[in-house]
Structure formats: structure tokens, C-alpha cells
Write a protein that binds this ligand. Structure first.
Ligand SMILES: NC(=O)c1ccc[n+]([C@@H]2O[C@H](COP(=O)([O-])OP(=O)(O)OC[C@H]3O[C@@H](n4cnc5c(N)ncnc54)[C@H](OP(=O)(O)O)[C@@H]3O)[C@@H](O)[C@H]2O)c1
Length: 258
């Protein structure tokens, strides 16, 4: 299979790195020349990754192509290109609808949207795909979990969850800083916080029938220290503020300005 990318940035680098870390990778990759440094670096590290002369050369050479430019320039970049009816396109541009991309890529005959996470470089995390597409599911399935949805409303709602990564790390950073300001060494604090949250991350899988609030309650022993932190943060509406932020991201993603 020959897989092309229009836009060679952070996400393309992560996908290519994931694909090339597979013991058996029969996918050869054609990259568009921007970003030059990232494209050249990927091509120098992997024998069957090459950089095309321009975006059109990627399309002319490949049947399956991932669209991985930023939304702000997508109309301009895609509008200048000639697509074929047999092109199978996978758009990674989360904030552009299927309809918008379809209009920009006519007469390409097949289009799906995919939303991977950067950890795909290490074959971790999940990719949302909409509408379901066996080819895209097989490709991303080799790099982690795949969640296929029929409905673009569901895809947009799931996309909102990807806005929480930075805040998650800020949460860990707050705990880490507190530990180091109380005499714990940097390395010990980092190791401890990382191990705790790695273990907690497995809880939904090891207790598949438990809801997230069931898990919270499992840890919140009555009168205990977990219950105290949960109660205090709830009283300050920390979780309400998070839910409000998610609403704002949803409005931004769906273009709802009300
Ligand atoms: N990163 C993520 O975790 C993530 C997750 C989900 C979805 N996405 C979506 O995936 C897309 C790519 O994200 P990203 O993080 O990889 O962004 P990025 O790092 O900014 O990569 C986009 C790349 O497009 C290149 N580019 C600029 N103009 C171009 C042109 N005319 N033709 C071809 N390429 C051009 C840029 O090159 P220069 O550096 O030379 O300008 C840049 O390297 C975006 O739509 C984003 O919303 C990203």
C-alpha cells in the first residue's frame, strides 16, 4: 500500500513513526515537502518513506491520502489540488466537516475523518473514525484502538475530549510541584506521580462494569483523604468549570456561536 500525506507536521510525524515501528510494515509513504525539516528527517530514518516534489505529486502517486494541514489553510491548500474519483481520503482536520472537505476535494470518491492522538507514535491511544471505513480502521487498528462512529455529531462530541490533555498534565504538574516543595526530589516525585496515574489509567479496563463515578467512590473512603479532596474540589466547582470549558470547545468545533 502507498500512503500519501498532505501536510507533514506533528501528527503526520507521529503516524509515520507509529507505522514504521511495526515489525511488519508493508506501507510505503509519500510525504508532502512541508515541513521540510520533519519530512527530510522521516525520509532519512525510513527507507520506504520519501518526500514528493509538491502536494500534487503526493496525490498523483497515491490512492490513499491523509489530509493533515491546519484548518486555517486547508481551503487554500486543498482548493489548488486536482483530486481523482478513485482517491481514498482520510481527513485529520478535526474542525472541518465532511461536507466542507468533500466540497474542497471533489471528485474524490471516498472520504472519511479520523482523529488520532499524538501517542499514536508509540502505538497507544485511540483513533475515532467517522463514518466507519474498513481501510482506515485496518490502518489505524495497527496503531492502537479504533472507535468508529456513524454520526458526525458523535464524532464532534468525542473530539471535545481531546481538548483535555494539557489540563491533565497541569493536574499532574500541580501534584508534582506540591511534592517537590515538600522535600521530595524531582525524580522521585516524577516517578511516583507517573506510576500512580499509569496504574489509575488501567482501572476502567480492570473493572469494566464500573462507571467512572463508581471508581471515584471506590477510592473515596468515607472520612478519608480522597473523599476530602473530591469534596473540596467539588465545592469549588472545579468539575463544573471543566464541564463548562467542554461546552465552549464543543461550540467552537461545531461552529455554534450561541
Ligand atoms: N497534533 C495533534 O495532536 C492533532 C490531533 C488531531 C487532529 N489534528 C489535526 O491534524 C492537522 C495537522 O496537525 P499538526 O499538529 O500535525 O499540525 P502542524 O504540526 O502545524 O502540521 C501542519 C503542517 O502543514 C504544513 N504546511 C503548511 N502549509 C502547507 C502547504 N501549503 N502544503 C502542505 N503542507 C503545508 C506545515 O509546514 P510548515 O511547518 O512549513 O508551515 C506543518 O508542518 C490539523 O488539522 C490538526 O487540527 C492534530
Amino acid at each position: 500500500m502507498k500512503l500519501g500525506f498532505i501536510g507533514t507536521g506533528a501528527l503526520t510525524a507521529a503516524i509515520v513513526t507509529g507505522l514504521k515501528s511495526l515489525a511488519e510494515s508493508s506501507v510505503s509513504i509519500v510525504l508532502s515537502p512541508r515541513n521540510e525539516e520533519i519530512a527530510t528527517n522521516l525520509a532519512s530514518r525510513h527507507p520506504d518513506v520519501r518526500v514528493a516534489s509538491d502536494n500534487q505529486a503526493v496525490l498523483d502517486d497515491c490512492d490513499t491520502v491523509m489530509l493533515a494541514v491546519r484548518p486555517q489553510i486547508a481551503s487554500q491548500v486543498l482548493g489548488e489540488l486536482r483530486f481523482r474519483p478513485d482517491h481514498r481520503l482520510i481527513s485529520l482536520i478535526a474542525t472541518l466537516s465532511l461536507e466542507d472537505i468533500k466540497a474542497l476535494t471533489a471528485p474524490a470518491g471516498h472520504l472519511t475523518k479520523a482523529l488520532p492522538m499524538p501517542m499514536i507514535a508509540h502505538r497507544l491511544g485511540a483513533t475515532i473514525i467517522c463514518p466507519p471505513d474498513p481501510g482506515a480502521a485496518a490502518l489505524f487498528g495497527r496503531l492502537g484502538k479504533v472507535i468508529e462512529v456513524e454520526n458526525s455529531g458523535e464524532f464532534d462530541a468525542l473530539s471535545v475530549a481531546t481538548a483535555t490533555y494539557a489540563s491533565y498534565f497541569k493536574y499532574l504538574e500541580t501534584i508534582h510541584n506540591w511534592l517537590t516543595s515538600h522535600g521530595v526530589g524531582e525524580g522521585t516525585a516524577r516517578d511516583y506521580v507517573s506510576s500512580l496515574f499509569k496504574a489509575l489509567g488501567t482501572a476502567p479496563e480492570t473493572s469494566p462494569d464500573a462507571g467512572f463515578m463508581d471508581l471515584a467512590q471506590d477510592y473515596a473512603t468515607r472520612g478519608g483523604i480522597n473523599e476530602q479532596v473530591l469534596r473540596e474540589l467539588t465545592a469549588r466547582d472545579v468539575f463544573g468549570a471543566l464541564a463548562e470549558s467542554l461546552d465552549g470547545i464543543h461550540r467552537r468545533i461545531t461552529g455554534d456561536t450561541h
